[in-house]
Design a protein around this ligand. Sequence first.
Ligand SMILES: *Cc1c(COP(=O)(O)O)cnc(C)c1O
Length: 376
Amino acid sequence: MLPYGRQSIDDSDVEVVARTMRSEWLTTGPEVDRFESAVAQRAGVPHAISVTSGTAALHVAYAAAGISPGDEVVTTPLTFVATAAAAALLGAKIVFADVDPRTGCLDPVAAEAAVTDRTRVVAGVDYAGVPVDSAALRDLATRRELVFLEDAAHSIGSTRNGVPVGSLADLTAYSFFPTKNLTTTEGGAVVTASDELAARARAFKNHGLVRDRAQQRYPDEGPWHQEVHSFGLNYRLPDVLSALGTNQLQRLDAFVARRAEIKRVYDDALVDLDGVDLPVQPEGTAPAWHLYPLRVPAQRRRAIFEALRADGIGVQVNYMPAYWHPVFEDLGYQRGMCPVAEEYYRREISLPMFPGLTDADVERVIAAVRKAVATA
Ligand SMILES: *Cc1c(COP(=O)(O)O)cnc(C)c1O
């Protein structure tokens, strides 16, 4: 089965991991600093805080934004559940706003309509790698005094008007899961231009420990002393995995270029199919195509999906609207709330998309899709 996504690991990746395994440090050491500097530079901001997953990155970002019980977070339903779950675990009420039917990204007008006096964060997702409408969300966040968070699990390497994802929002969360645009096995990072948000993020990922004597309540306790002012967790990314990340980051441009090439070949080969919509690239954006989300007629989506799987094409569906999960249903969320996202979901099939696909693999996918759409 050809998977829908897959890591690209080469000998140089294996070598840096093996070298770090033999070094003095397995976890927090020089490779963490090196990786964080490289991620910050790529994002175009001063601060990167590495963590153990994209989910951890979201949890850290919401904590840094000060989310506490009673606050509201406005976000998209067309995402992996973690975008909402990480805020819900901090006590937030999740308010879902509908998406743009062209891109599947949060619609800024719908987001604005969902904002109340209790809203603290507006969180967009760069669906499939396409950066959210950051100018509109930035404007909304400024006018309503919100924190603008970008879930960029799909989009490290994407740009909008030449500006890298990482520089568009107040806080940006990356995932380095194997299917994403680069990998540290499990891993993620939060990036920000704000010193204050960075300090809070850094504290939360390491138990809330305060080591700076100038900040301590009891600085004279002794040279061993460290103290906790607010609760945190351990989300520290190990040195071994950070070394892998730094090496992968050097190949990100090549990964992004190959993804764009595959996108063009799919587009050219599938554009004539009746009732099928191809992913849209908005003006000014250069997406790192994490997914290739095809839309087929809703009544035949399941049959086409099953025909492709039967043909050895490991397609996926991204995503069931987050509030369809029973955990939200049990809280009273009802289907029909975001009709555009629901229609997007009903039609969506993600085709295989990763840099290691050969030209022959791509042709095989195209032939299978054309056959499935014609006959299933
Ligand atoms: C993958 C993903 C996450 C979670 O990242 P993990 O590294 O798997 O924890 C969050 N949001 C979106 C949109 C994702 O695709």
